[in-house]
Ligand binder design. Structure first.
Ligand code: MRU
Length: 349
């Protein structure tokens, strides 16, 4: 199994996603600041993977705190978490993981536990292990949406590389294939950073899942030609009403899907839901540097000094989403009611 990010001998090891698919190499972080840099420059990317990396980064930070009293330790640890929280703004999982680490410490201190940093390392490892299990569970629920012979379109990379392992949207595809269904996947290239062409294509090839790469602007024509039966994508943040932020280009796909009456699915763990936001209008959208657009893998392709707008995500309105696959079951409209049901600790299918 592809292990995207993991803990080894008091370091955080991650697959270098910037080097893929040409080079399979790992980056080893021994300082939490290196983890922040790796999140910022997309060495590790994809909402759940960012969450796991953030938790492990926080654990590395905890190990660097000299032995002080519980209160002082907590102050320093929270400051480290606040620093990590600045790495990227959109993926909810980053903040979810840091909140969970802070809460864990808050509850551990009164119990008189001695090795607080060691306890935080264990919690970060748990977040990592749970993520894989959650993805498998999403796969078990989500695979019922796909039929033998389906042609599935996906955007960006919501696979093992975007999580601790197995994947969200690609996890549903993997689980369907494991079940014996023959699927064919159309992989959107995903400009400007090419997460589809570089990462999803790499995952599909590695596991011999039949797949075809297309550029983003071809998707509408393929839908018109009847080549696409279903679409599934991951998510970076989901508001209470089901509005979903995901990689730029997702919204266009959802509009095209509606025009061609093609089911449009989202797969995401509960850690991606932001229960503080009523709608997607309040989701912070990261803007990334201009050279992602003016250059193509390091080679300049636009005039020098060209003005650029480069939002890394867009928001798909809930009304365009046919269903949301979670580890608690498949949510259908109205999402506000379905999410409220989940908040009460229920499962739903
Ligand atoms: O900028 P990235 O590569 O971190 O963006 C990732 C995406 O938008 C994914 O589709 C999303 O995180 C879902 S991954 C399970």
């Amino acid at each position: 199994m592809i292990k995207t990010v993991f803990w080894k001998n008091n370091t955080v090891v991650m697959i270098d996603q910037n080097a893929l698919p040409l080079l399979e190499r790992q980056v080893v972080c021994s300082d939490y600041r290196q983890v922040i840099a790796a999140i910022k420059d997309l060495t590790v990317r994809g909402a759940p993977a960012i969450g796991v990396a953030a938790a492990m980064g926080a654990a590395l930070g905890a190990l660097s705190i000299p032995s002080v009293s519980g209160g002082k330790f907590q102050k320093k640890f929270n400051a480290i978490c606040d620093e990590i929280a600045q790495a990227r703004p959109t993926a909810r999982n980053l903040f979810w993981a840091l909140e969970r680490m802070k809460k864990y410490l808050d509850e551990a201190i009164p119990t008189g536990k001695k090795n607080l940093a060691g306890e935080l390392v264990k919690e970060a490892k748990r977040i990592c292990a749970e993520d894989i299990e959650i993805n498998r569970q999403m796969g078990r629920y989500g695979r019922e949406l796909f039929s033998d012979g389906d042609n599935i379109l996906t955007h960006c990379n919501a696979g093992a590389l975007a999580t601790a392992g197995f994947g969200t949207a690609l996890g549903v595809i993997r689980a369907s294939v494991e079940q014996g269904k023959k699927l064919h996947v159309y992989v959107d290239e995903t400009r400007p950073v090419l997460q589809g062409a570089r990462l999803t294509a790499w995952e599909m090839k590695k596991e011999k899942i039949p797949a075809t790469l297309i550029t983003d602007n071809m998707a509408g024509f393929l839908m018109k030609q009847g080549k696409i039966d279903k679409i599934i994508v991951g998510a970076d943040r989901i508001a209470l009403n089901g509005d979903t932020a995901n990689k730029i280009g997702t919204y266009s796909l959802a509009v095209l899907a509606k025009a061609h009456r093609i089911p449009f699915y989202v797969a995401a763990p509960l850690s991606t839901f932001d229960l503080s936001l009523k709608t997607g209008a309040a989701i912070p959208i990261e803007e990334r540097q201009a050279n992602e657009v003016t250059h193509f893998r390091g080679v300049q392709s636009a005039p020098q000094g060209m003005k650029v707008y480069n939002p890394a995500f867009d928001v798909t309105p809930a009304k365009l989403i046919s269903a949301i696959v979670t580890e608690k079951g498949i949510l259908t409209k109205p999402y506000t009611a379905a999410i409220a049901w989940l908040r009460k600790g229920n499962g739903r299918q």
